[in-house]
Structures are given as structure tokens and as C-alpha cells.
Design a protein around this ligand. Structure first.
Ligand code: G1P
Length: 290
């Protein structure tokens, strides 16, 4: 199997849960301390060996391409003004990384967004990263995307991240059932999008990290829209299960926060602040004093 070097970032969503902040700012640009969610996701991808970033955007997401633009004139200005120390923070992407922006056209769901990457990805396994699932960067832990890439190469199959989710959140996730829950990586038996608690096959929720076979594109092309008119990635993955040993679940290593919701976003911010050497002591004192 070829190396996995392309990652798809669906960033076309409306971010309605964060209105009015997301009226003019894409939700992926909301910062955790001083770095936007999308940059954490991109750094995770690059650390995992990804060299081509494919953003599936909508009309109001100009800020994301601006964020990753090298802006050579501004860069030069910093150097001339003796502010070179700012370049560390200013350079958001290594030079050798390729950026591709594809407009989604219509907001027809995650599956539809991923399908837009078909021509650029071609006949290769690829990663999908949902930036609003913030996974805390930890130097001593293999990151989620790298874990999936390694497993995909090992099993020659698609692999997705899962973790146990609380019962009252089951209906907000894709839910899987696995053959055995003993190991970190297990073959998936069933996958269903946002089931009710009664219908859920387990409490193992799909987290926004996937490494997928290019076969998924054809499955997506033949996936019917759901009741809400959206094409769900989960429904295409369910079709993948018709072939044995083609879809695995990897238990997420590390701490993840659902930054698509206010609570997760605040928790991610507090956890990151308590780990930021510049402010951790003061933040800790502040919280104790509340
Ligand atoms: C999407 C997927 C869902 C997955 C979730 C992870 O849902 O459709 O299967 O569990 O991401 O964050 P969304 O959060 O876009 O509604």
C-alpha cells in the first residue's frame, strides 16, 4: 500500500451552535488560547506525515485560506522592522506542504463534502479530519491521525477513531459495534449514524478522525441523502462493511474535546490554559479563587 499523504478537512459547515461568533468567522477559526482549531488539526496531520491538505470550503470561509497564506510582504515587513521573533507564530505552514481549496457548493453533509475531494485524492488511501473535534496535542502520545495511518497500513483497510461517549450524547455521533473490544484496534461489525439510545449498538462513538480507502468515493456517489437531505459519510462506511475486514475502529489515544459544542470548547480552553507555561499558574490561581 502507498504512503498516506493527503488529508481532507471539511470546513464548509455553518457553525450555527456558535452564532453570533460564527456569523463572520468560520467555526474552525475559533481559537483555543491563541491558535485556531483548524491549525491544531493541520499540525496533527503534518506530524502524521500528511503533505497535501485539502480543504472543502464554503463561500464564507476565506479566513481559513488567509490563515494558511504565507503573506510574503507582511513577512518581509516584520523582518525589516526587527520583529523576526513574530515569524515563529506567523508562519502557519511549512513551505513544502501543498494546500488545495475546493468549494463544497451546497451544504449537503459530511459525505458530500468528502466526495468533493475525489479527483484530488485519486486512487489512494486518505485521511479525513474534523477540526472541531479538538485532540489535545501531547508530545509523548502518538497522535490520532498517525495512529490511524499506521493501523491502515498494517491492516490494509479503512480505520476510524472511536471512544466511549456518554449515553445522553449517543444520538450526536456515528456509533459502531466491534467484534471484540479487547484490543486497541478492532474490526467493525456495524456502524450507524446518530442512533437513538434504544437503537444504538454500543456506546462507541466515531470521533472526527478517519483514514479511508478510495473505494469510499464510489460508495458516497451511490449513498442516498438522509431525511435532512444530507449525504452521511457513516452511511457510505456502512456499505464498506459488505466486504469483510475492510473497516476497523481504533480506540482514541489522548484527550479529545467536542469543540462543536460550547461546553467542550470551554473545557478545551481551560485544559490548554492549565498546560500553557506562560499562564498556567495564574489561570490555576484564578480558577481556585472563583
Ligand atoms: C460527524 C459524523 C459523526 C461523527 C461526528 C464526530 O457528525 O457525521 O458520525 O460521530 O462527526 O464529531 P457532526 O458532528 O458533523 O454532526
Amino acid at each position: 500500500m502507498k504512503k498516506i499523504t493527503k488529508a481532507v478537512f471539511p470546513v464548509g459547515g455553518m457553525g450555527t451552535r456558535f452564532l453570533p461568533a460564527t456569523k463572520s468567522i468560520p467555526k474552525e477559526m475559533l481559537p483555543i488560547i491563541d491558535k485556531p482549531l483548524i491549525q491544531y488539526a493541520v499540525e496533527e496531520a503534518i506530524e502524521a506525515g500528511i503533505t497535501t491538505l485539502i480543504f472543502i470550503t464554503s463561500a464564507s470561509k476565506q479566513a481559513i485560506s488567509d490563515h494558511f497564506d504565507p503573506k510574503p510582504l507582511l513577512r518581509k515587513k516584520f523582518v525589516v522592522e526587527g520583529k523576526s521573533h513574530l515569524l515563529d507564530k506567523f508562519d502557519t505552514l511549512p513551505k513544502e506542504i501543498t494546500r488545495v481549496f475546493i468549494p463544497q457548493g451546497e451544504p449537503l453533509g459530511l459525505g458530500h463534502a468528502v466526495l468533493q475531494a475525489k479527483e484530488i485524492v485519486g486512487d489512494e488511501y486518505f485521511s479525513v479530519i474534523l477540526a472541531d473535534d479538538f485532540i489535545k496535542p501531547q508530545a509523548d502520545v502518538i497522535n490520532a491521525t498517525k495512529q490511524l495511518i499506521d493501523a491502515s497500513l498494517q491492516y490494509d483497510a479503512s480505520v476510524i477513531s472511536v471512544e466511549e461517549v456518554p449515553e445522553d450524547r449517543i444520538s450526536q455521533y456515528g456509533i459502531v459495534d466491534v467484534n471484540s473490544a479487547q484490543a486497541d484496534i478492532n474490526c467493525i461489525k456495524t456502524i450507524v449514524e446518530k442512533p437513538s439510545i434504544e437503537e444504538a449498538p454500543s456506546n462507541l462513538g466515531v470521533i472526527g478522525r478517519y483514514v479511508l480507502s478510495p473505494e469510499v468515493f464510489e460508495l458516497l456517489e451511490n449513498t442516498q441523502s438522509d431525511k435532512g437531505g444530507e449525504i452521511q459519510l457513516t452511511d457510505a462506511l456502512a456499505q464498506l462493511l459488505n466486504k469483510p475486514d475492510s473497516l476497523y475502529a481504533a480506540t482514541l489515544n489522548g484527550k479529545r474535546y467536542d469543540c462543536g459544542h460550547k461546553l467542550g470548547y470551554v473545557q478545551a480552553t481551560i485544559d490548554s490554559a492549565l498546560n500553557d507555561p506562560e499562564i498556567s499558574v495564574d489561570v490555576s490561581e484564578f480558577i481556585k479563587g472563583l
